[in-house]
Design a protein around this ligand. Sequence first.
Ligand code: SAM
Length: 277
Amino acid sequence: MKQDRISQTALKVALGNITLSSKADWAKRLPPDLVEISEQLLLASGSPGYGPGLMRASKKPWMVSVYEIQDRIMPGQWEGFGHRKIFMNQQVELAIEAGARQVLVLGAGFDTLCLRLAPQYPDVQFFEVDHPATSAAKAKGVALVGQPDNMVQIAADLSASTLSNVLSNDDRWDTTQLSVLVAEGFLQYLKDEEVRSLFSEAAACTTSGSRISFSHAIPEDRKVLQMILRIISEPFQSAVSSEDLPGYINNTGWTVISDVDTNSAHGIERYAVAERC
Ligand SMILES: C[S@@+](CC[C@H](N)C(=O)[O-])C[C@H]1O[C@@H](n2cnc3c(N)ncnc32)[C@H](O)[C@@H]1O
């Protein structure tokens, strides 16, 4: 993916959720404030085209129809985003209730989880990592919304630097704290061996009992989507079935603790939770 450009897929996820909030009961199902904050982040990002006109258009019934057609052609590339947000939010809150004191969102894009939950959990430290260009574009919106004292944004390419190096540059990350990591719509942009290295690295940076909630692409025919992703230089690089996941991350320090995900509403992705052994 191009380092010097804001991630187009990150913009697309945030915008897709804004439109999703105009469909049926999705506004109530999505985590509170997600839509309002997403809109502020996108507007502040300075990304071409992401102005007030697009935000207004995104909530119109005709835009919902456009997305419904797109979702049929590329399953999971719209409502799947909403399912993902709900799943990750629930898993992070469960982990915090179980004692996690650090939240780390990998490939955060314009995700709002840290911004929403940091003020609710002042005793928990929130971290986000993303490519420098996307991180910088998001920082403008974070400043606008108000950066919580317990939230840190880190700009880094996780294909080029190890997670230990990235986190050791910030003295607030504490490897001895129970933590919950999130990798939502992110792992598929790494190669299989990079995914496994990332899990090993994540194990080195966390203590036993920590968790990682993540989505992963499944091996499926997705020619149209992959063609579009290639055009924007963000093609998928890895995939694994939900059934094969335990073997895929074997010996990385993590054990899958969630059931096999068979939910086709998740489109070309499946969701999982693993625990640090
Ligand atoms: C599809 S977006 C998902 C964004 C967010 N997790 C969400 O679901 O709303 C993928 C994100 O992964 C980030 N990303 C991809 N490869 C990365 C890498 N090697 N290092 C850091 N971030 C990366 C992109 O910049 C982008 O923000």
